[in-house]
Design a protein around this ligand. Sequence first.
Ligand SMILES: Cc1ncc(COP(=O)(O)O)c(C=O)c1O
Length: 386
Amino acid sequence: MSIRETYLPFGAPNYSEAEIEAVTRIMRSGWLGLGQETLSFEAELAAALGVDEIVAVNSCTSALFLALRESGVRSGDDVIVPSLTWCSSANVALYLDARPVFCDVDSDTFSMSVETVLASLTSRTRAVVVVHYGGLAVDVQALRRALPERVAIIEDAAHALGARYPDGSVVGSSGNLTCFSFYANKNLATGEGGAIALGDPTLANRLRSLRMHGMDSSAWSRYVKPSTIGPGVIAELGFKMNYSDLQAAIGRVQLQRFPEMQAHRQALAERYQQRLQAELPWLKMQEGCFTPMHAKHLLVGRFDPEKTGMQRDDLLKALRLRNVGASIHYAPLHNMPLYAEYKPPVLPVTERLAPQILTLPIGAKLEVADVDYVCEQLLEILKEVR
Ligand SMILES: Cc1ncc(COP(=O)(O)O)c(C=O)c1O
């Protein structure tokens, strides 16, 4: 099969004319900051997830930071986090001068589990950052039952908008502070952005103040009520972590299109399943990745060199040379220089998986023909080495 002329990127966003029109509408309105569009996006996302409150912020990293801080994580506390994740999940503990405690993952789900979290529990554990890796939800209800009450559960659902917990309920509706990302490659993409889903309206209002310098009122509320004289009152140190109406305009359209985009991801995943399971029966994909419970942000498989006859990095290079934007999620954090001080003695499953995992391209912009192309190239490369 000939090599395609254009590079097939991993996770390109899917925008229609409606997103472009929405952005234009906001630009013409004269108000680009946090205003009515953001409030509408928050309300619509809350309704879609069936949660009481959504607080939109400028990134999932900010959402995780605020969530950990408001859960009472302080200097010297231990915060359990998987090593197989994006750096944000651990860095937010460091921002609070807390200690990331890296836990292992399960060899089938590639995710943290009740067992791996409990194995990392210490007397100083104050919180767990639960990462729903790739879009597969961790059983947070079981985790809650297993953990001491003093340990807060913060959900890192950057990959998991649209995913469901094992009991069938929607990720975000657990009652834990659950953090989403709307970064450019996410299932709902607004360039940058994030949100915290929660059930407590008092805490939600506090988070709304903290995202805007700790002020008691927003610039928007003063803009729409010109009788309000002077700036808002600042009673405590807050942050500049607000979302904006430009992003919210994209987000509202993406939210309307979300069921259709998720159904498309599902169809692409099923195509991968059809093509790969027959030809590569040894290939271990992340458990559950073909089911509708999984958000399918990432489609991760384990390419064991004993089965493929080649190292994962050589396979990745070969795919890239054929214009396939396969990728790696992730290089384990505990081996990075920044976290040397927090390196656990051993994380056997993470160490074994890390050099073998490969992320296949999936996204709302891909076509079924793109998946066919990826599968054919993959099979051809593997056939050449064997
Ligand atoms: C697991 C995980 N957590 C957190 C983040 C941070 O998201 P953001 O870029 O919105 O800060 C990401 C980003 O990709 C992620 O993959």
